[in-house]
Design a protein around this ligand. Sequence first.
Ligand code: AHR
Length: 841
Amino acid sequence: MSLTNTVQGQNAIVTIDVAREEAKVSPTLHGAFFEEISHAGDGGLYAELIQNRGFEDANVPEGDTIKDGWLIPPRTPSFTIQPKVSDWRMRWNVKSQWPGWSLSTSGNNRLRLSLTDTIPLSNATPHSLCVEVKSTDRNGRDELINKGYWGINVVRGDTFFLKFYIRTDRIFKGPLKVSLQKNDGQILATHTFNNVSNKRWHEYKCSLIAHGTDNKAQFAFSFGSRGTLWLDFVSLFPAKTFKYRQNGLRPDLAKLIADLHPAFIRWPGGCFAEGINIQSAFNWKNSIGPLIDRRETYSPWGYWCTNGFGYYEFLQFCEDIGASPLLVVNVGVSDEFQSGTFYPRDSVPGLIQNTLEAIQYAIGPVTSKWGKLRAIAGHPNPFSLKYIEIGNEQYGPDYAWRYNQFYKAIKAKYPQIKLIASMGMGTINRYTLDSIHKLDIADEHLYKPIFWAMRNNHYYDKYSRKDWKIYVGEYACNGGVGSGNLYAALNDAVFNMDMERNSGLVTMSSYAPLLANVNRPDWGVNLINFDDYRSFGRISYYVIKMFSQNKPDVNLLTHIKINKPAKLPDLYKGSIGISTWDTYASFKDIKVIKMGRVVYSSENDNKKEEWEERGGHWYDNNGVIQQSALGAWPIAYLKDKSFDNYTLTLKARKDSGTNAFMIPFAIKNGNNYLRVNIGAWINSVTTVEMVSDGSDAIISNPVKLPITIENGKWYDVKLRVDKDSISCYLNGNLLISYKEPKKFFSIAGYDSTSGDIIVKMVNVYDHVLPCKILLNGINKISSNALFTTLAASSPLDENSLENPKEFVPQKSYIKVDSNPFFILLSPFSINVLRIHSLKNN
Ligand code: AHR
C-alpha cells in the first residue's frame, strides 16, 4: 500500500488510554441464530438429501384453508390488533400432490401415482405414496425420481445410507432397484432389493457407494414387477456428516457455523417459533423421538419442515461446537405479520408446562419423564441448556402478562436458566417494559439500511443502564447493499463496534438470517449462502469471525480525531433530476444556481433531448414536465451534466397517487444517485435515499412532513447541495438536512489472557487512510503487532459460490518501533491490530 492513494492532509489519530478500563466485554457477545427459513435446515444444514421424504409436503397446515390459490388462516382476532382480524393470506404454490417427486417414463402410463393416508406408517405423518406398476418396462426406463433439494451432491467414492419403508399388494414381488444417477440416467451408484413383498410396512436399508461424480445428481426407484406398492419415509444421508453423527448435519455448513465459535445458538426461530397461525405453530415435542413419528411443522416461510433437525439434534450440535443452547418458546401467539392468531390466556398454564418439560428434556435427570427420553435418544448426561426466550417479537402489555407467568414458573423450578423477553420487531419499548415484572435480558431486533450504523455509531451509548441486559437477537445491514456486499460488512463491523464498546449492556448478539439456500431464498441478505454442493460466508461472516476471535475482556478509553484533507472533495458532484413513486406529478421552473449564477434553467434550456428518462411516462406540457405512471421510481435527469456546490430550485405539484415527489441529485447514472424523497411513506415523511446499482435504501432518519402535500397545488422546492451535506426546503421551510456520515471508526480493548491491546479500525473512505496510534499509560510494547485486514477493491464486492473465499481476512505482522506509530488502512477495510503490551513484564 502506498501513500499515493491517500488524500493529502487527511489522517486519523487514535489515542488509547491503556490505564482507563471501561465496560467489560461480555464473553457471550457473539452467538448464532438458526431458523428454518430459506431451507436453512431442510435442504441445508440438515444433511437429509431426499426432498419430501415422508410425502407430507402437500398437506394444508392445521387450521388453514386453501381458496383460489391462497392459503387462508382462521379469521379469528389477531393478537396485537384484537378484537380485529388480520386479512393476511399467503400464495399457496403447491402444484403437485407429491412435491419433490416425479416420474420418468418411456410412455404408456405404465406407472401411476397417488397419495393416500390409509394404513399409515405413522399416525404423525400419515401420508404415503401409492405406486401402481401396470406393466414392467422392457425397453425404456420407468422411474420414480427425486432430485433432492435442487440436486444431490454425489462424489465418486462417497457412501450414502438409504432407508425406506414399503408395503405391497400380493402381486408386487420386486425386484426394486434404487440408484443415484446423473440427470440423463447414467448410474453413479445402485442397489437391487429382490423379493420385495410385504403386506405390512417393512424397512429396507442399503449403502450406496458412488463410482462417479455429479454435483446435481438425482435419486431413482425402478420397479421390476407388476403390482402395487406403498412407499414412505425415503431417506438418504451421506455417510460424511458433521462429526459423523447419524441423522446428522452437512459438514461444510456445520463447520462454517462452528468456526464462528458462537457462545450460544438461538433456535428454532424467529417467525418459525411463532407459526403462520397458532394451531400450526412449532411444538418441540414434534421434533424428538423416532424420525417417522415426528409431525412436520409448516414454516411461516412457506414450506414444510421435517423436524429432522429437531430439539435433540439442536442440543447435540450446540454441545459439539461448545455453544450454549437458547430455546425460543411460543407464548400462544402466532406471527403478527401473518395471522397473529392466538390461544386465550387460560391456555398459558399448559404452554408453560410444555416449556418446563422442554427444560426437563434438556437438563432433567434420567429418572424424570422427559430426561429419560433424552437418555433413550442417546444422551443420558444433561445438555447445557442455558437460555429460554419467551416468545419471538411479541410486545405490549398482553404479551408482558404472558411473559410474567412464564418467568415466575420457570424461575421457580429452574432458577439457573436465564430468561429473555421479546421486544417486538424493533427496539426496547416502554409499552412492553412497563408491564414486565422482572426482566433479565431483552431481545432487540435491528435490521438496518446502509450507513445507519455509521450515523448511529453511538446508539447504545445513549441507552440508560438498568438492572437488565440487552440481547440483539437479530441484526443485519440489509438495505441498499444488494444481496450483501462489502458495504454491508462495513456497516455490520461498525455496529459490532458499538455493541462491543457497550458490552456491559449488550451481552449477546446474533446476526440474522444465518443460512440460505440460493435456490429458494426467503430473505434478501443472509450470512451464509449455499446450494447443494457449495457454500460461502459473506464478508459480514468474516467480520463477525474477526470480532469474535479478537474479543478483549475490557474496553479501553479511546479517542478518535480525523484531520480534514487539505481540499474537501465534492462528494455530491453529479447531475440533477426529478422522480416519483406511485404518484403522478408535475415539475416546472427547474433552475441550478451556482455562486449566484443560473447555470441551468428549464425555462431557457428545456429540450426533450436534454433529459434521460428511466421508466414512467414523461412529457412536456408547455414547459411543465409531467410524469403520469405509477410504480417505483421513474426518473428523468439531465444528461451529460455535472454540478457541484449549487442550489437547485423548482416547483413541484402532486397530481394524484400515494406519495409526493422526489428530487434526485449527485446522479452518476440512472442506477446510481441520491435523492430527497418528499412525501415518502404515504405522503407523511421526508427521507434522503441512496440508489446504488439499482437498489435503494433510506440513508437518513425520516423527518415528519410539517404540512400535508395536497393534490393539484404547486410547492416551491429548494435543494442546497454542498461538498458533504445537503439541505432541502419546502415553501421556504427546512424539511431535512443530511451530512455525509463519519467514515472512520475505532475501538480498543485489553485481553488479559494474551496480554494484547486489541485495536479495531474501520475505514469507510474510498482511499488509503494513514492512522496514527498513540498508546497512553504504557511503557513497553512488543515490536511486532499482528495485523488482520479485510478489504476488497470495491464496496460492492462480495464472496460467491464460485469464489467463496475471495474476500477473507489477511494476516501479517507489522513493526511497531515507536509510540505513537503509523499504519495505513486500505480503502473500505475492516482491521484488527493486536499489540502485545508486555504490561506485566
Ligand atoms: O430473520 C428473519 C425474521 O425476521 C425472523 O423470523 C423474525 O424474527 C424477524 O422478523
